[in-house]
Design a protein around this ligand. Sequence first.
Ligand SMILES: Cc1cc2nc3c(=O)[nH]c(=O)nc-3n(C[C@H](O)[C@H](O)[C@H](O)COP(=O)(O)O)c2cc1C
Length: 194
Amino acid sequence: MKALVIFAHPNPQSYNAAILDAVKAELGQQTAEVRVKDLYRMNWNPNLGLSDLQQIYSGGMPEDIAREQADIRWADALILIGPIWWWTLPAIVKGYIDRVFSYGFAYEFTEKGLRGLMAGKRAIVITTSGADEKGAAATGMIDAIKTGFINAVFGSCGFTPIAYKNCFGVVETSDEVRRHYLEEVKEFVRNNLA
Ligand SMILES: Cc1cc2nc3c(=O)[nH]c(=O)nc-3n(C[C@H](O)[C@H](O)[C@H](O)COP(=O)(O)O)c2cc1C
């Protein structure tokens, strides 16, 4: 099993960083080969700009994008970890998707419409929220993330299966619950890599 972990939190002391450590520990248990993309530490450029578009549509590929695509090609599983910010993931994640999941690499158009090119790869998404489960259900935030981000991106690109877990209320909850979530995250990764 080859796992590409995409991590999107600027603070290495954050709870999300603890989730990253738990995921890496679990992947170690599974003897998976692991590559981690720490988007803030990489100083990832999230702007799909004119020069990117010109290169991509003329058959080329900017070097930083080509490196990421090689790692995605290599992976059997993509594991994305990050906080929920404004009902979605941080903008740097969107900018990773915008630039790396390019036409002809992640998807294409056929006579039958959009076709994902990531078949054979699984996706696991783990997020954290300030909202607790009840609050999130009341607003529809998780359904919005599933539709507008997870299915829109990973579904469209043909990843399968796609597994999603959110750790609710992590700001206000107790350390005990936060520790318990880390065990749940490990179990979630274990179950969804099988
Ligand atoms: C810019 C920003 C936007 C946020 N938007 C949301 C939101 O839409 N829904 C929510 O439940 N929590 C929201 N939060 C709270 C974060 O999800 C929460 O701080 C994070 O999950 C805690 O994990 P961390 O300690 O690793 O940062 C937001 C926080 C920030 C900084």
